[in-house]
Structures are given as structure tokens and as C-alpha cells.
Ligand binder design. Sequence first.
Ligand code: GDP
Ligand code: MG
Length: 160
Amino acid sequence: FLPHLVASMEQVDQTYIMIKPDGVQRGLVGEIISRFEKKGFLLKGLKLFECTKELAEEHYKDLREKPFFPKLIDYITSGPVVCMAWEGVGVVASARKLIGATNPLQAEPGTIRGDLAIQTGRNVVHGSDSPENGLREIELWFKEGELCQWTQVQVPWLRE
Ligand code: GDP
Ligand code: MG
């Protein structure tokens, strides 16, 4: 048995992580990527991207009726974002924990938002809230051919 075959017998999820324009402008790209990288998840896709209003609206369509929706769309389209697809067992819930609460003042120290942000409207990073939305969002933000299939050499050191 090779370790990566054992791993593949478990449910492997994918999550869409996005560094928002404030994270890019504030020079936090490396810091944020490294939190997921150090945790051990598998990076499947990565790009710097300027998104359209239409794409931002589709991404946040469940929040359409919220009073802050227009501001949210202006924020997300205010500069380049960094789009990422990460894979792993339990990656969706784990990434949400690494990111921390929506309101950075309520986010625990040690989380990305808890350490690096102060306002809900400038909370530096997005993470999918379910495996279904992870797949939906990766499909929305990445084109065919932009994701890589590869195996980390560190797998035997990450999984027993
Ligand atoms: P998330 O899953 O933790 O990102 O939070 P939600 O899905 O509830 O909201 C999506 C994003 O909308 C948040 O990350 C914030 O950027 C923004 N947002 C949510 N609530 C508010 C709010 O009350 N005011 C403002 N300005 N933005 C908000
Ligand atoms: Mg959300």
C-alpha cells in the first residue's frame, strides 16, 4: 500500500480560497498562502486575477438581498484577487478555521482574519463554506486546464 492510495480511499474535498483585493494591496499574499501550504493541503490552482462585476455577483449570489451587497461587489472588484483551489481530506472546514470568523474582531488570534484584519468589509480572504460550494466556486473561478493534478512528495510525512 502506498500512502497516497490509502489517502484516496477517504473523501477528498476541494475548497476555493481567494485573497481579496485588500490582502493583495497590503502585501499579504505570501503570508496567507503559506498558512495553507504549511498546514499540508495540496495546491491545485493559483492565479492573480481581475474579476468582473458579473463574476463577483455570481460568486456571492446567496447574499444578493443583503444591504451590504453593492459594497461587497465594489470591494471584490476594486483590484486583483488571488484565486486558489486547495484539496485534502476535511479541507473545507479546516480552511474556514484557519481563516477565522467573518468579523475579524471576533476572529481568534492565530487565524488569518484574527491576525491580519479588523473589519468585516475588509476581511482579506474568502473560503468556501461547504464541499458543494467548494466545487461550484472552483468551477466558477477557474477555466479548464488551469488546475494541476500532482502528488506532494511530502505525503508519507503528512499521513500515516
Ligand atoms: P464568510 O463566509 O465568512 O466570508 O462570510 P459571509 O458568507 O457571511 O459573507 C461574505 C462576505 O461578505 C464577508 O466575508 C464580508 O467580506 C462581506 N460581509 C458579510 N457581512 C457583511 C457586513 O455586515 N458588512 C459588510 N460591509 N460586508 C459584509
Ligand atoms: Mg460565505
